[in-house]
Design a protein around this ligand. Sequence first.
Ligand SMILES: [Zn+2]
Length: 680
Amino acid sequence: MSSYNPLLSEWNTPFNTPPFQLIETSHFLPAVEEAVKSAEKDIELIANNPDIPTFNNTIAALDKSGEILTRITSVLFNLNSAETNKLLQEAAQQASPILTRFSNDITLNTKLFERIVNIFENKETSGFTSEQKILIERKYRSFMLGGAGLKENDRKRFREISEELATLSLKFDENVLEETNSWILHLTDKSDLEGLPGSIVEVAAKEALSRDKEGWVFTLHYPSYIPFMQYSGKRYLREKMLRAYSSRAFTGNENDNSDIVIKIVNLRLEISRMLGFSTFAEMVLGDRMADTPEKVEKFLEELYTASKPAAFRDLNTIRSYAKENGLEEQLERWDWAYYSEKLKKKLYDIDDEILKPFFSLDKVESAVFSLATKLYGLRFSPNKNIPVYNKEVRAFEVYDNDDTFLSILYLDYHPRQGKGGGAWMTSYRDQRKEKNKDIRPFISIVANFTRPSDSRPSLLSFSELTTFLHEFGHSLHGMLTRCTYESLSGTNVARDFVELPSQFMENYAYEKEWLDSFAIHYQTGEKIPEEIIWKIKEAATFNEGYGCYRQLSFGFLDMAWHSIKEPVEGNIADFETGVMSKTELFPPIAGLNMSASFGHIFGGGYAAGYYGYKWAEVLDADAFEYFTETGIFNNKTAESFRKNILEKGGTEYPAALYRKFRGKDPSIHALLKRSGLEVS
Ligand SMILES: [Zn+2]
């Protein structure tokens, strides 16, 4: 075995991109170990510097430290998502604890923290730029939230709570998964399949077969549950399914999450108090665009009041439609999806098979590139000499309108074994400046778009088209950035601001002017008919009043659990009903509960963040409205979006950046208009 390790050597490739062809899985772990050692030395040098702490010798130095480690881990984790195998997964798993320990050691380095505190306390009087001030605040905050400011006794309790919370969240998710997996609807009578499309029945038959059962098996997993609720003509079966789905982890068995919910919110409160906050929401929101619980509540309330008429409009529409179609009892929640789907089909009969032939991937790609050329003057030039990790991946050099080099862009479109599901944008190198030299980024889009077959090219569904635009929007944020410090550049912005560039781009999918430029039937050469564009647009607003209301109800519930000022006890159903009754459109049903399976906030990382979905929609609708007012390809508007949003990363507060771009604060009205929520 040779000791040569490309991960630790210089990269003599075009633009110093990762030399994928030289990297072997066995290189990762030794490289990570070696790089952590050298990063530890960087940290010690900063912490033990005899000079008085300055921005450069502490904050900037910290931002630059561990450069090689960052380079290695981004290759490791990006490949582990896009091109993995058992060995690579093992390498990632072995690297993780080493990296966690390293980052904990940094946070708990007292000498280093003292230097940061010193700079933080003098940040208003030291003549720092706004970018420097924000970097100081971010570093200070991450140390504070990591427990760096705590006394030794409190540190111990802090560690205990952190570990307990991690365990409880895992257990929460496990319980939901277990409950989702363990319940099935087993049908043996053919008449019970009434209304279900053949493809869904087929899957249910296979499911039954795999379980050694006769007939058909439906499960609580989305791909089975959702179509069942949309199409099953058997009302009592829909009721059964919904009751099972909505009482997961809330039936009093060993998977019940009630106690876990109470424990999680109380421990989150305790940790927030230790760190000097009055609620968990206040702690979490500190670095968001909506930076206080009051702002979030105000936002949710405003949207709630505005969308209420539309929610009731939708409810009445579906109620009367159901009545006309034979429903004699009152409309219940298990009737909603069924009658909605029927009405939607009647009004806008479009499906993916009609749309796909107009969206061949090669045409979509060149249309997306042209859009970036039209808006920002970008030029994309393929370069086959740039190493890639799979022969399907293509690499492009991206140039600005004055021909200066901006970025590398990798495109990796299709599903493969070893690639995770969904689509995402990521980077192999973030932008930063080093002694006036602009180090440009390496951006990548990874997707799972339908593969071409022998008889047809890769044809995208409409949602794949919007996904492409979405990830490309994130990529523009990554590629166009012009910042000084790596941890503020590109998409390193507030959580409730990061989806603005991506969701903004999705708007183009509904614009005739853009669709006309490329949406041509791959066989007949026919242009996408105007009627279809109209239907796409209209269908997107269908039941949006109801949809918005539902999202808001989850937002309220999330905020309520994380705004408690005293520990709670007792019944999670009572707490939930108290919060959600104002957004309730259906008669209450005992035994159903949302909190017990609300994985976003109790399992995943959306605690006090669920409002962010609607927040981002408000931003992207308001931003795009500016384009529709001035022309969707208007260069001046695009220039302002670029200069104030896409180039700036996190170097200024998001609210200020937005105001510079738009000339005013975002308002909810563009979203209300776009979603058809303005009821007169
Ligand atoms: Zn996104």
